[in-house]
Ligand binder design. Sequence first.
Ligand code: ZN
Length: 127
Amino acid sequence: MNKLTYKLQQFMMGRNGTDALSKASMALAMVFYVLSILTRSNLLYLITIFGMGYVFFRIFSKNISKRYTENQGYLRMVSGVRNRWIQRKQYKFFRCRQCHKTIRVPRKKGKIEVTCPICGKKKITRT
Ligand SMILES: [Zn+2]
């Protein structure tokens, strides 16, 4: 038992292992797997196979810095979506038409003129 654990540790040395992105990808693959069973869809099953392939590729990958960057990008995206969801009643979010940056303005202020803090583009919006 200990020898096996040791061998597994040796094998995983210098590899990425599981991270938040692999866990999320695995959960998503499981969703597709259940859907493929329920709908008897070969396409959904194929997506499951590719999804699991991607998960194993990430776990066993030796390019740790690249996988780390991908994981950080995923975590940034998730926290952005979560923050918007939590703040959705106090703030209105929209994208600047010129520089595509997300702008946040307080709600219930009526019609206001918003100036983009990045590029200075003005926009009149209803909050
Ligand atoms: Zn802008």
